[in-house]
Design a protein around this ligand. Structure first.
Ligand code: DX5
Ligand code: ZN
Length: 221
């Protein structure tokens, strides 16, 4: 397994002080930024202007997770700003291949996310066009929910398909990742881990990042 990547989610950070909150996770591989529109999910967070400012001050690359309805309309804007990766939901994209190519044209990595009830099989043929597949391990919308163990078989099937295709696509999990659940997700084949409350809820976020990375590494090796 490649080195596990830890992406803290700023959804659990102090929104009044985001520059300082980013500085606390400088040892992370990227920062996960949850964009929500109160339509695709029942919650509202931030959009392009805030992401532009985050990019200007972040010590690590931005991994944007779009939980918005009109992904075809908005995703490219995040790539144009300079986000390292932009992930749209399969359920919200009318033309996922066109969208992935647009993201690449703007120099970003293209990710596609699946809600818990969305099967992975219909999307496996798209893997050659993607850089990352995100399997949601909670219903999207809120931080601090419990990891859905029922997603583990889907993670395993996705990991197998990725390996069969040469192992080039990152397999991200998002939701309920802790030092305990990361072990099961890594054993199932995930390599990129979003953690909101487990990092920002800890007294020492950098120590939490190190502990998560080690737990994933030990489980995956
Ligand atoms: C939920 C978001 C997650 C969230 C994870 O819809 O996509 O990124 O921040 O938070 P935790 O790690 O607390 O479950
Ligand atoms: Zn997310």
């Amino acid at each position: 397994m490649p080195q596990p990547c830890i992406h803290p989610s700023i959804l659990s950070a102090d929104f009044v002080n985001l520059e300082a909150e980013l500085a606390r996770i400088a040892t992370a591989d990227a920062v996960h930024v949850d964009v929500m529109d109160n339509h695709f999910v029942p919650n509202l967070t931030l959009g392009l202007p805030v992401v532009e400012r985050l990019l200007a001050v972040s010590p690590v690359p931005l991994d944007v997770h779009l939980m918005i309805e009109d992904a075809d309309r908005w995703a490219a804007g995040y790539a144009e700003l300079g986000c390292e990766s932009v992930t749209f939901h399969a359920e919200a994209a009318r033309a996922p291949l066109k969208l992935a190519r647009e993201l690449h044209a703007h120099g970003a990595r293209a990710g596609m996310a699946l809600r818990p009830a969305t099967p992975v099989e219909p999307y496996l043929d798209l893997l050659p066009e993607l850089d990352m597949l995100l399997i949601m391990t909670v219903e999207p919308g809120f931080g601090g929910q419990a990891f859905l163990d029922v997603m583990l078989p889907k993670i395993r099937r996705a990991a197998e398909a990725i390996r069969a295709g040469g192992g080039r696509v990152a397999l991200q999990v998002d939701g309920g990742i802790t030092e305990e659940t990361i072990v099961r997700a890594a054993e199932a084949g995930a390599d990129t881990f979003v953690a909101g409350s487990a990092v920002y809820g800890a007294g020492d976020p950098e120590a939490a990042i190190t502990a998560l990375r080690r737990a994933a590494h030990d489980a995956g090796s």
